[in-house]
Write a protein that binds this ligand. Structure first.
Ligand SMILES: [Zn+2]
Length: 299
């Protein structure tokens, strides 16, 4: 697999998760997101080296395992490589057991310690948004929280790498419950990208590059709002626990979950949209028969 040129000095390495490669003009390359595992990182490195480049730095846009799982392999080959991420995400990348811990709510059983939820640890350093120079490449990092607690989108000239602030159309169709830590922020972050001027090409974390940023933002906002409404309708069907609401939402959106990890991820999505509805006064949270129950707010 080779790098797809996006501009003079920016390249896309497409995969289940996209990696971006920015050449620094003197043979080095900043790698943005390293993929799920060694297999992705190995192919990414081969493509980078085939293009005559050597990794000079790594940026992880956020701490989900599929975006930083390749770090460990790259560090084996290039031990001096500096890895950067938003501050809270850098803490999770250094202590990746936090991801299954926060999803499960306790230290996770073995079944949840798989590569989709638990990447190898790597020494990411905290980085703030703004104009930054990493491995000889200067770019703008934009705060786009919501999908993760913190996340950066990357802007360089006419190119926008939205990370998981935006999903491609096929991904939205295949996975209508997109992962979410905070749905109000996720919507605001997607909408904020509309305000960027001069973007010619947008690359989502999952999906194809597009010239139609506005169209992609619109699709994502519609998908997020559909989820909020589905959660609200699930609550309106009768007071219920998060797990029961999740089952109702999955039935409504045509989602089938076949492993414990998928249930935990989608459960978090429902919890995030419930928080939005609680704060909007549409839903109430109470305890009932020793269950945490959500019910429609009494007008
Ligand atoms: Zn993600």
């Amino acid at each position: 697999m080779t790098l797809l040129p996006l501009s003079d000095d920016a390249f896309l390495f497409p995969g289940a998760v996209n990696s971006l490669v920015f050449a620094n003009g003197s043979g080095g390359a900043l790698l943005v997101d390293t993929g799920l595992d060694e297999s992705h990182a190995r192919k990414l490195l081969r493509a980078v080296q085939d293009a005559g480049l050597t990794p000079s730095a790594v940026l992880n846009t956020h701490a989900h395992a599929d975006h930083h799982g390749g770090n460990a392999f790259l560090l084996k080959r290039f031990p001096e490589l500096v890895i950067s991420a938003p501050p809270l995400e850098a803490a999770i990348i250094r202590h990746p057991e936090l991801e299954p811990l926060y999803l499960y709510g306790a230290l996770p059983p073995k079944a949840l310690q798989n590569k989709f939820l638990l990447a190898p640890s790597s020494p990411a350093r905290p980085l703030e948004a703004g104009t930054q120079t990493l491995g000889g490449v200067t770019l703008d990092l934009l705060n786009v929280p919501g999908h993760a607690v913190q996340m950066f989108a990357v802007r360089r000239g006419g190119l926008l790498y939205a990370a998981d602030a935006l999903f491609g159309p096929d991904t939205l169709t295949k996975h209508p419950l997109t992962f979410c830590a905070e749905s109000t922020q996720q919507k605001a972050s997607a909408a904020s990208l509309l305000g960027l001027e001069g973007v010619q090409l947008t690359v989502p974390g999952h999906g194809d590059a597009t010239a139609d940023l506005a169209g992609l933002v619109q699709l994502n906002l519609e998908s997020l709002e559909r989820t909020t409404q589905s959660v609200l309708h699930a609550v309106q069907a009768g007071a219920a626990s998060t797990d029961t609401l999740l089952a109702r939402v999955c039935a409504d959106l045509g989602v089938t979950m076949t492993n414990p990890g998928a249930v935990l991820l989608n459960r978090s999505v429902v919890s995030a949209h419930l928080k939005e509805l609680l704060e909007a006064g549409r839903v109430e949270m109470v305890t009932e028969n020793n269950l945490l129950v959500f019910r429609a707010a009494s007008a």
